[in-house]
Design a protein around this ligand. Structure first.
Ligand code: BES
Ligand code: MN
Ligand code: ZN
Length: 485
């Protein structure tokens, strides 16, 4: 899909050369400011009781007299902000995407367009038009909509175009993450992720190295390998490097949980909804999506993605509750619950990250059901002992409309991880489960500037709209871009 800005020109909205118009209204009085044919159409609909000026309301009108574009959609936004704009565009495009329009002009009334709005437009369009079809030949045909024009003043065009360009990269990264996470676990294996990373590296110019099981054994990644040992799928430890910032600049390191399926292992999960554990590589998918976005924008920053990838399976070779393993850091771990596997693969990846002498390390993981209980499905859980880093990540999330919420890491929570037989246990009691998981990771972050994002509630949606969201690619991309200066 193509995005550009467009000035209304001498003939105004009625004369715009587009197959469709999407009019986003951010206030009730803004209706009256529209060109007469549009204002009249809306007034008739309001009079007939077919439209009210309320957030979420939409209206479709065909062949509006006096309007060159054959299709008009109206969408009402809650306020003039970028978030409300994104929701309204998503709803409005829902009315246009299945029709014959190939080009649509988007008009905002009653709000001031900013770069954040332009980016929100691209995100909404990508969201509205996304269809999973990889393993579903009967999926609906792709939308004919191919070009969106954001109608704006000439003076704002340059800034808005730049934002559309960034938005496009973020949206592409998001779509890549969605597509990868939606793929069933018999398709999306650790080997598939490794191949995908290599292919993306070739396409976008980053270096990809894949450590095999024997390489990980040599290094001493006993914790990662303990999770992998129950599966017939070969584990892969993927390291991808985008070096846009020059040789001597310390990289931002992203560590993504890449459990391509989480059965729970010997501590096996209940059957209900277990299919959703194919999304347990959502952190890995977001790392690949962010790498792609940053590379696509040729950002002047060094970014390394680390993805420990394996399956968590029960078998005759699987790790058992009570087994003690030695992590890459040298610390030993009593695996009391094999379903707390995410932290076991991430801890070795965090230790590995130290050798890259990173500026900061962020891990991203569908880590705990407890985080979903704490924060629900809207905000990602953010854990970091580093105040400035936490503030930077929260700001990036707000800016990208991909919000996070800070959670505590008081030392008192650490006691839950005491073990009789090892330096630590891999689980504590149920209460505060998202925090003890983060405390576990903290023990491996050492002196690194580190943050942890628990995306268990935000990486995918359940229910009728089941599917990966691509989050937190927007947050991460904005974070990395802001560091590129
Ligand atoms: N991948 C899961 C976390 C998860 C569960 C995310 C459900 C989203 C929905 C993780 O590996 C896990 O199983 N965590 C356990 C930890 C527990 C055993 C301490 C959990 O949350 O139940
Ligand atoms: Mn698990
Ligand atoms: Zn898991």
């Amino acid at each position: 899909m193509d995005f550009k800005t467009q000035s209304a020109g001498a003939s105004g909205l009625p004369g715009l050369a587009a197959d469709a118009l999407l009019v986003v209204l951010a206030s009730a009085d803004s209706a009256a400011t529209l060109d007469k044919p549009l204002a009249d159409e809306l007034a008739r609909a309001i009079r007939d009781g077919d439209f009210v000026c309320k957030a979420g309301q939409t209206l479709y009108a065909h062949r509006v007299p006096g309007i060159k574009a054959g299709r008009v959609a109206f969408a009402f936004a809650a306020d003039g902000g970028a978030k409300a704009f994104r929701k309204a565009v998503l709803a409005g495009l829902g009315l246009l995407k299945g029709g014959g329009a190939r080009t649509a002009a988007v008009v905002a009334a009653g709000l001031t367009l900013t770069p954040a709005h332009a980016e929100a437009l691209v995100m909404a369009a990508a969201d509205a038009l996304y269809v999973y079809r990889e393993t579903k030949p009967s999926a609906p045909a792709a939308s004919k909509l191919a070009t969106l024009m954001l109608v704006c003043d000439k003076a704002d065009a340059a800034a808005l175009n730049a934002a559309l360009h960034i938005g496009q990269a973020v949206a592409d990264g998001c779509t890549l993450a969605r597509e990868t996470a939606n793929r069933p676990a018999n398709h999306c294996t650790p080997s598939y992720l490794a191949q995908l990373a290599k292919q993306l590296g070739k396409e976008h110019g980053f270096k990809v190295e894949v450590l095999e099981r024997k390489d990980c054994e040599k290094l001493g990644m006993g914790s990662f390998l303990a999770v992998a040992q129950g599966s017939d799928e070969a584990p892969k430890f993927i390291v991808a490097r985008w070096m846009g910032g020059g040789k001597n600049k310390a990289p931002v390191v992203l560590v993504g949980k890449g459990i391509t399926f989480d059965t729970g292992g010997i501590s096996i999960k209940p059957a209900a909804d277990m299919d959703e554990m194919k999304y347990d590589m959502g952190g890995a998918a977001s790392v690949l999506g962010t790498l792609q976005a940053v590379a696509q924008l040729k950002a002047k920053v060094n970014l390394v993605g680390i993805i420990p990838a394996c399956e968590n399976m029960p078998s005759g070779r699987a790790v058992k509750p009570g087994d003690v393993v030695k992590s890459l850091s040298g610390q030993t771990i009593e695996i009391l619950n094999t379903d707390a596997e995410g932290r076991l693969i991430l801890c070795d990846a965090l230790t590995y990250a130290e050798r890259l002498k990173p500026a900061v390390v962020i891990d991203i993981a569908t880590l705990t059901g407890a985080c979903v209980i704490a924060l629900g499905y809207h905000r990602t859980g953010l854990f970091s002992p580093d105040e400035p880093l936490a503030a930077e990540l929260l700001a990036a999330g707000d800016k990208a409309l991909d919000p996070a919420w800070r959670m505590p890491l008081d030392e008192e929570y650490d006691e839950a991880l005491k073990s009789h037989y090892a330096d630590m246990a891999n689980v504590g009691p149920r209460a505060g489960g998202a925090i003890t998981a983060a405390m576990f990771l903290k023990r491996f972050a050492g002196k690194l500037r580190w943050a942890h994002l628990d995306i268990a509630g935000t990486a995918w949606k359940s229910g009728p709209a089941k599917g990966a969201t691509g989050r937190p690619v927007p947050l991460l991309t904005h974070f990395v871009l802001s560091r590129a200066g």
